[in-house]
Write a protein that binds this ligand. Structure first.
Ligand code: HEC
Length: 105
């Protein structure tokens, strides 16, 4: 009985580490410079989500030096990240989830 409980706990713990989660990617790589709604060193996710597409966000994360120039920044202070395709997808969806809702009237 005891081993079964321990096995179940182990399984649940491992399952929660497998698979990328946008919030986890954010906390691991981005949190030092970006906050969801407040300006930090970089712009907040609410601002990014209101003006960029998923493709633009993914391009910026993979090649900040090239893309920040296209975005009109005079200097590039964001380092490049090597994320797995899944992490890239998750963090992009996480950022876009902060897109301000359109007013209904
Ligand atoms: C060392 C600080 C730093 C870290 C860490 C960082 N960023 Fe940035 N980020 C910046 C800065 C500063 C800018 C403004 C452009 C520039 O200087 O290159 C920026 C710009 C961006 C932009 C484009 C903003 C726009 O105008 O649309 C996106 C998207 C972005 N960051 C996403 C991320 C994501 C996702 C992560 C984590 C994987 C991350 N950043 C980690 C500093 C950082």
């Amino acid at each position: 009985m005891r081993t079964i409980v321990i096995n179940v706990l182990l399984f649940v713990t491992l399952a929660s580490f497998a698979g990328a989660d946008g919030k986890q990617v954010f906390e691991t790589y981005c949190w030092g410079c970006h906050h969801q709604t407040a300006v930090a060193f970089g712009p907040p996710f609410t601002e990014i989500a209101s003006k960029r597409s998923a493709e633009e966000i993914e391009a910026m994360i993979t090649d900040p030096a090239g893309v920040s120039k296209l975005f009109g920044y005079k200097r590039n202070a964001m380092p490049p990240f090597k994320l797995t395709p899944e992490e890239l997808k998750e963090i992009t969806a996480y950022i876009l989830s902060y897109k301000p809702k359109k007013k209904s009237h």
